[in-house]
Write a protein that binds this ligand. Sequence first.
Ligand code: ATP
Ligand code: MG
Length: 233
Amino acid sequence: MSLLSVKNIVSGYGSMEVLHGLNVEVEEKKIVAILGPNGAGKTTLLRTIFGVITPRKGNIIFKDTDISGTHPERMAKMGICYVPQEGNIFPTLTVQENLEMGAFIRQDDWHNRMEEVFEFFPSLTDRRQSSAGELSGGMRQMLAIGRALMVNPELLLLDEPSTGLAPVLVDQIFERIAALNKQGVTVVLVEQNAQALNAADKAYIIEGGENKAEGKADELMKNEEIGKHYMGR
Ligand SMILES: Nc1ncnc2c1ncn2[C@@H]1O[C@H](COP(=O)(O)OP(=O)(O)OP(=O)(O)O)[C@@H](O)[C@H]1O
Ligand SMILES: [Mg+2]
């Protein structure tokens, strides 16, 4: 069963239409990669799913409910979290304060959850009191994901978590995303890096705001034509 269905979404900014009827199905407890070149509309898709932008046409269905245009804060309360491509941490706050900010919509006691997040990203534990702005790129991404995890999301929307990271850190971040998924978190992983296919179950390739290809991640990886056109092979 799909946890999230994106149906025929038309979306954009002002007079500019960016997504021209996009479709994505995300099954429960899977990792779905969305790949596409610069300007394909990947970020616009995540913003539209999360309610930062209201779609002009189409529907976003989460657990059989139409959530199109629901306010982001309400989305987070429903179990959907979004880690944006940029500006996803508070650089002047400490690592721990960033995690506390992640819990702001929770009314229950979240302190145990914070310790679980530190266990999940042990390298953050040593930097607990450092300001987030001093962290390396890889640790910033882990902190950004950790902040989203503070509300125990069921569905995590990640926008290019591997961008700008050294290869060894790219491997680490994908490994942590796979580990999260094993704990039961469903993930939509937007990437330009085709390595995301190694972590994903299913993948979509989008370009020019339209669906170009979709399939099982391992099959897309083997497809020569797709590799050549969309993954720079
Ligand atoms: N806030 C905005 N206002 C107007 N146009 C925008 C805005 N954000 C993005 N666009 C335009 O929408 C199109 C799709 O952009 P989007 O950021 O969704 O692409 P993307 O696939 O995420 O690219 P990248 O891989 O570079 O992050 C581009 O033509 C871009 O210039
Ligand atoms: Mg983007």
